[in-house]
Design a protein around this ligand. Structure first.
Ligand code: UVW
Length: 338
């Protein structure tokens, strides 16, 4: 038996190969990268990262905390901060600082790996739902158990697969902030199509669709004292449960959705009347069913303003995650070159 008997309705499991762990990144061909490079006309670059110690304090999801820097130490307890190399060779004049960090990989500007979100789904056809991820990889067996002393994270679908895919291609930006300001809005298919048409945004297969909502600007303005109640009621997100939006995301051929908000989608749970359904339906669609990567808390304001002022929507995007085997997410310092 392969990895699965049943695949979820609307999924593409197996279509990039039975063992595929890159998902839609497979569409990022050399020809598409060349087309992306041709979007560079001015050589101006935008850094799309927040400082990684934002939002500040407890994270937007309660398990995530801010990075903690510390000096590295020698076995005798002395900090290498600063370390005078004369300790190694008497004549040496070098002085070195060496540090380490405890980092929640998805506290700030980030990629989600395909191992980040799966679903309770009966993939093996035994009538019982199990926790399963893109292409049928399973929590039980393909991911470490959290208390295993040999914990190694995800043995499948970890962020290293994205790192090694070479995250460079054409970014296309849609500006929701221009339409909604900071009002909360759940943007479905019709509204998105209308806005894309008005802003002359054209999306092609292989593109990274970047979604500017103003959320990260608000996070920055709060100066590391985030007001979670205000944040929860601010700015736009995609209406993840909208079936037409889901179909468009699938058919558009985008390789990733990259937003400046906390989850790409609005996080108020929909109620379709089903007995069980996902809290984050866009995460389910993208990470679990289709292998489309998601990215959150990118800083898109300066890029969005520049593109609007120059009547452009496209750019070269370079956004490699850490090649950290087994991680289910990664900080990223994305660059947009226009
Ligand atoms: C969760 O889905 C829990 O997190 P994120 O929005 O960072 O992907």
């Amino acid at each position: 038996m392969g990895r699965w008997q049943n695949r979820p309705a609307g999924s593409n499991w197996g279509e990039f190969g039975a063992d595929d762990q890159r998902g839609r990144m497979n569409l990022l061909t050399p020809a598409r990268r060349l087309a992306a490079v041709r979007e560079v006309r001015e050589g101006v670059v935008f850094c799309l990262s927040l400082p990684l110690d934002y939002p500040g304090g407890p994270g937007l999801w309660e398990t995530r905390s801010p990075p903690k820097l510390a000096a590295t130490r020698f076995a005798n307890g002395h900090a290498a901060y600063p370390f005078h190399m004369s300790g190694y060779a008497k004549r040496a004049t070098d002085v070195v600082n060496d540090d380490q960090v405890t980092l929640c990989l998805q506290y700030s500007t980030q990629w989600d790996a395909l191992a980040h979100c799966g679903s309770e789904f009966d993939a093996d056809g035994d009538g019982v739902r199990e926790a399963v991820f893109y292409n049928g990889f399973r929590a039980d067996g393909d991911m470490s158990a959290p208390d295993d002393p040999a914990f190694a994270g995800a043995r499948a679908l970890g962020i290293e697969n994205l790192a090694r895919a070479g995250v460079q291609g054409r970014g296309v930006l849609v500006d929701l902030e221009r339409e909604y300001g900071r009002k909360p809005a759940s943007v479905g298919y019709e509204a998105l199509m209308r806005l894309m048409e008005a802003q002359k945004v054209e999306v092609e297969a292989g593109d990274f669709l970047c979604i500017y909502t103003g959320f990260a600007d608000l996070v920055l303005e709060m100066q590391k004292k985030p007001d979670h109640r205000v944040l929860q009621r601010s700015c736009a997100g995609l209406a993840g449960a909208d079936a037409r939006l889901q179909r468009w995301i699938d058919e558009s051929g985008v390789v990733a959705l990259c937003a400046d908000n906390a989850a790409v989608e609005s996080t108020a749970m929909a109620d379709s009347g089903a007995e069980r359904e996902p809290l984050l339906p866009l995460h389910e669609l993208c990470l679990f069913k289709l292998g489309i990567h998601l990215a959150e808390l990118w800083y898109l304001r300066d890029l969005a303003r520049w593109l609007a002022a120059h009547q452009r929507t496209r750019f070269l995007l370079t956004a490699p995650p850490l090649d950290l085997p087994g991680a289910v997410g990664s900080p990223v310092t994305p660059l947009a070159t226009v």
